[in-house]
Each structure stands twice: as C-alpha cells, then as structure tokens.
Ligand binder design. Sequence first.
Ligand code: ADP
Length: 163
Amino acid sequence: MAKKFVRAIFPGSFDPITNGHLDVIHRGMKLFDELVVAVGRSPIKNQLFTPEERVEMIEELVHDLPGVSVEAFEGLTVEYAAGRKADVILRGLRSLTDVQYEFQLAMTNRAVTGIETIFIMTSEQYGFTSSTLIREIASLGGDLSNLIPKSVQERLKQRLNEK
Ligand code: ADP
C-alpha cells in the first residue's frame, strides 16, 4: 500500500508563541508530512499581538523546519481545515483541565466535519506554560527566559513599553 501524505494543522491563538507550543511543533513535525501552524483570532481572549505579528514571530522560529509553515486564518477552525485539505487537527495537552475542554472540541469538530484531532502531551517542563500567564508575568516584569524564545521576550518587552 502506498504511503499516505498527511497534512496537519496546528491551530491556536499563539499570543504569543511559547516554548510549550514550539515543543508540540517539533514533535508534531516528525509525525506528519506537512504541518501548518494556523494562527486564529480568538473572539474571547484579549489580544496583545495582531495575527500578522504572531505569524511573523512564529515564522522567525520555524522557517528552517522541514514541512512546517505558518498562516493566519479567520473563522471556524474546521472550515479552515477543510479549505486547506488538512487530514488532521493537532492540539497540545497540558493538564486534565485541557483534556475536558479539548475532548469536547475534538468531538464537536469530528461530528461536524469528520476531521480527526491528534493530541501531543506536553513535555513536563512546559506543563504549566500558557500564553495568558506569559502575558501576565511579562506585564509584571518577570523573567521568562525558560518559557519563551528570546525573540518573543524582546517583542513582549517592546509591546509592553508601548502601552
Ligand atoms: P487556543 O486559544 O486555541 O487554546 P493556544 O495558543 O492557547 O490557543 O494553544 C494552542 C494549542 O497549544 C492548544 O491545543 C493548547 O492546549 C496547546 N498548548 C498551549 N500551551 C502548551 C504547552 N505548554 N504544552 C503543550 N501544549 C500547549
């Protein structure tokens, strides 16, 4: 049987991208032929960076990874996935709280379009890393060098100084 070509999308807000997200990308790229990091607009989350800025920040970090690309998208993830002819949605899991929410999301997405979701469990050292906490710690001047790439740290500092 011929080997299948598998295209996955990794959707999220990535506001900003963290080492936890990057870890999922590095591990996910080994499983799929193509991995598209898809930056969505979250209607409920307060956004610090525009989707264009987030794409730019991610691109700087993944441009030399084979098979990995970055795009912004609007609207429903499942519609974007269908338009991109993606076979799989990739998501990361940090905790049991994530499981509850992600389970519901994955079930709904499968019921609506039949698309499968594949989960990668976080590496232990990033289990508590979230973009929301990163934004909070950064606004209080905390040291984030273990949790986000240096380029992201600099952008965060700049953005918070502008405010
Ligand atoms: P969303 O708003 O769609 O949850 P996020 O940018 O917060 O977007 O997260 C995108 C995906 O990355 C989600 O599946 C989330 O669970 C996962 N993720 C976030 N942080 C980590 C981490 N530290 N380790 C593993 N997965 C993570």
